[in-house]
Unconditional design. Structure first.
Length: 295
């Protein structure tokens, strides 16, 4: 990984960690895959430089819609009769789901409201998601200068663990406060998109924040199956969708779904590295009233 780390290190002292988005850049997955498979230095240097400058990359056609529809259905069915619960990232943590309502959501590093489903590698992968997800995740790990299978054998006692979340933001109330993600062990945030604006939901949904503190909407550029990557410190959030619809915690088709892949420092570590909400907070409930700047 010396090539990748040398490129990252060449920009580390030249640029500060990016906080604001600059551009939205679209690449086809097969093109992206070839760059990584062939270690194409010029292309890698351009991508890494752009990420340092705040660009957000949409890797188009990364997942098949049939796969995403299947894991959404299987996830919902698997947990349908299992009570909502919460478990810290400690040894033996099970897969679980949690209905994070508006009050519970205030207790997190950055506020949220969602129905979140958590999956860890040391469990039995009840909905068979890791094999397919890893065909994308391993490429991004390589891009970040990690071994392609970094952290895959870790459990919480090892410090950093892989975690997959499937998240549904219920209509009207589902949101994620604008924030920056932890970056020390995973330079980039990685999102798989499972819902399409105008088809599955209406409203602002996922957005980023630019140097003028304006919302940069992204959903018009997103299709089901796309993969989004950006420097973890770039500020982003999720605004409520379907604001004229009564929310439902028990309707799989309600709201907006997305897939998160993150390597987190576990709760076995004292004073672990976490993300944080931004100081110039945007009133999420009124997010759709803000000026939306086309990407």
């Amino acid at each position: 990984m010396s090539l990748y780390n040398s490129i990252w290190n060449s920009f580390k002292d030249k640029y500060e960690l990016p906080r604001k988005v600059r551009n939205i850049v679209k690449l086809d997955f097969e093109y992206f895959k070839n760059i990584l498979s062939e270690d194409r230095e010029d292309d890698l240097r351009e991508i890494i430089k752009n990420l340092y400058l705040g660009d957000f990359y949409l890797i188009k056609n990364s997942f098949k819609k049939s796969f995403l529809d299947r894991i959404k259905r299987d996830c919902y069915n698997h947990f349908e009769n299992i009570p909502t619960s919460f478990h810290k990232m400690t040894e033996g943590t099970p897969d679980f789901h949690r209905q994070i309502d508006l009050e519970i959501g205030k207790k997190y590093s950055f506020a949220r409201c969602s129905h979140s489903y958590y999956f860890y590698r040391w469990n039995d992968d009840p909905i068979n998601l890791f094999k397919e997800i890893d065909t994308k995740w391993r490429l991004v790990k390589k891009l970040m200068g990690l071994k392609f299978n970094e952290y895959e054998d870790n459990t919480p006692k090892n410090g950093v663990v892989d975690r997959v979340q499937l998240v549904r933001y219920p209509s009207s109330i589902g949101y994620l406060e604008p924030h920056s993600d932890p970056y020390k062990f995973q330079k980039l945030f990685i999102s798989g998109y499972m819902s399409k604006r105008g088809h599955d939901f209406n409203g602002l949904g996922f957005y980023l924040i630019d140097k003028d503190n304006k919302i940069v909407q992204a959903e018009d550029y997103i299709d089901v199956g796309d993969l989004g990557i950006g420097f973890a410190t770039v500020q982003h959030g999720v605004a409520p969708v379907n604001t004229n619809i009564k929310p439902s915690w028990n309707n799989m088709e309600d709201g907006r779904w997305f897939l998160s892949m993150y390597s987190n420092q576990s709760d076995e570590v004292q004073k672990r590295h976490t993300g944080y909400s931004i100081s110039n907070k945007i009133n999420i409930a009124d997010a759709e009233n803000y000026q939306i700047k086309p990407a």
